[in-house]
Write a protein that binds this ligand. Structure first.
Ligand code: ADP
Ligand code: MG
Length: 444
């Protein structure tokens, strides 16, 4: 689930009566949150009309709060969503492969995330070799394989590629592929329904267990115990386990010693941010796949301008495709520059959304309150810290920061910066908290 959507849900959960939230918001599946338009899937026409009539304002406001940029909502019916059921490891998402129908996959694999579609370079070479290794001989080499790296560097893609390759090469192997979050939700649902036996049984029959974003287990004691149990059962049976996380095991917050050492006991394979050569290669390959005709000079321009992750490169190419292939414009240097400029601006908005999310969590104040006019001490404190972090972590001007954090004027922003600055000098505990938040913002 995207960050923006997760944050949107948090805002809505605060605002709406619990029953409305559970009935009308939880079943919604976002299928695209690009460029100010949120495409949201709903299970049927009645549902769509109801949401349109009663919750449209809530949705657009919450999305705007969560992302820091204005959003338009488009509701589409996807009858495959079905009526909402209790959370389950299969997730109920629309994208599924045929293999699910064959009963060989628990969870889901994204069809396009194959090894063939993954571009190899210095940043990911070790992880790719390891992925090939474990999918050739599951359970025989590194166990577990633990892949870690920042946002958008290809962890999820590579995990899925392992799943596909196992299914293709080992005719009868069963693959489990889910996120740490889905594992936790499924476990909680099983606990509530008193079905832990069935829950465990599902995992016992898996040959290759792939868990994405295991950092989600951090701080969840009961889930960690259950996962430890599953992990040991599978590993003792020489089944392969593949994990991914946005940080190495020892940096996962509140992860029990025993799990941490299990996670580190096989192969740790980092994926770094792609260097310029890899970025150029990826841009070239993806442009071709999207039918965009890019000269090598323009490929280099894009690869040189976007330092960040692969997801950003894809965003640029999708925007270019919209303008060039669908809009019939020629792909000139001017057009590429224009798209790059727009992208970098919306990145700044994203940065603010991350900061707001982090501060909201730290202070237990809803994002909507931070950006509101409310002046209670707690809200003001959170707001000032958000402003301070935005100044430190984004390139936005003071005026732009003020606009994005609830329409403050320039002098309020200056005042907030001074306050936080002073306090961080005299209050070591506060300054440590600041450092913690800064760190979390930087991690995504
Ligand atoms: P992560 O899980 O590390 O945040 P993802 O696996 O979701 O990152 O990757 C983000 C996007 O970038 C996906 O669409 C993925 O297909 C693409 N991607 C990342 N790395 C590569 C690569 N080396 N070659 C091709 N596509 C890549
Ligand atoms: Mg991922």
């Amino acid at each position: 689930m995207s960050k923006v959507w997760a944050q949107t849900l948090r805002v809505l959960e605060e605002q709406l009566p619990a029953k409305d939230y559970a009935t009308w918001i939880v079943p919604i599946r976002p299928s695209g949150l690009e460029e100010g338009t949120a495409t949201l899937q709903v299970p049927n026409g009645f549902f769509r009309d109801w949401v349109r009539q009663y919750f449209m304002r809530h949705l657009t406001d919450a999305l705007t709060d969560a992302s820091g940029q204005p959003y338009r909502v488009s509701l589409v019916v996807n009858s495959e969503l079905g009526t909402p059921a209790a959370p389950d490891v299969d997730g109920g998402t629309a994208k599924r492969t045929a293999a699910v129908g064959l009963g060989r996959v628990v969870g889901r694999l994204v069809p396009e995330y194959t090894l063939e579609n993954f571009v190899v370079g210095a940043a990911n070479e070790l992880a790719v070799q390891a992925a090939i290794g474990v999918s050739s001989d599951p359970g025989c080499q590194y166990n577990p394989l633990f892949i870690h790296g920042g946002v958008g560097v290809g962890k999820t893609h590579l995990l899925n590629a392992v799943g596909h390759r196992v299914l293709r090469r080992h005719g009868r192997a069963r693959v489990g592929c889910l996120t740490g979050e889905a594992f936790v939700n499924a476990m909680i649902a099983a606990l509530r329904r008193d079905q832990m036996e069935a829950f465990r049984a599902r995992f016992r029959h898996i040959d290759v267990l792939i868990i994405d974003d295991v950092q989600f287990l951090g701080g969840k004691v009961r889930s960690q115990e259950e996962f430890f149990h599953t992990f040991n059962t599978l590993r003792d049976a020489r089944k392969q386990i593949v994990l991914a996380s946005d940080r190495p095991p020892e940096e996962i917050r509140d992860l029990q010693e025993c799990l941490q050492s299990r996670f580190s006991s096989g192969l740790l394979a980092p994926i770094a941010a792609p260097d310029e050569a890899l970025r150029a290669e990826i841009v070239g390959r993806k442009a071709t796949a999207l039918g965009i005709d890019l000269s090598s000079e323009l490929i280099d321009l894009i690869a040189g301008s976007v330092q960040g992750n692969v997801r950003q490169l894809e965003g640029i190419l999708n925007a270019l495709r919209a303008r060039a292939v669908l809009g019939g414009q020629a792909v000139t240097r001017g057009l590429v520059r224009e798209v790059l400029g727009a992208m970098l601006r919306s990145d700044a908005a994203h940065g603010v959304a991350t900061i707001l999310g982090t501060v909201s969590e730290e202070f237990g104040v809803a994002v909507g309150e931070i950006t509101s006019a409310r002046r209670t001490a707690r809200v003001v404190e959170a707001r000032q810290v958000a402003i301070y972090l935005a100044r430190e972590l984004t390139d936005l001007s003071l005026a732009a920061i003020g606009r994005r954090i609830g329409g403050r004027d320039h002098s309020t922003v200056v005042y907030a910066l001074a306050r936080v600055n002073e306090r961080s000098k005299v209050d070591p505990a506060f300054s440590r908290r600041l450092a913690g938040m800064r760190e979390r913002c930087a991690h995504g």
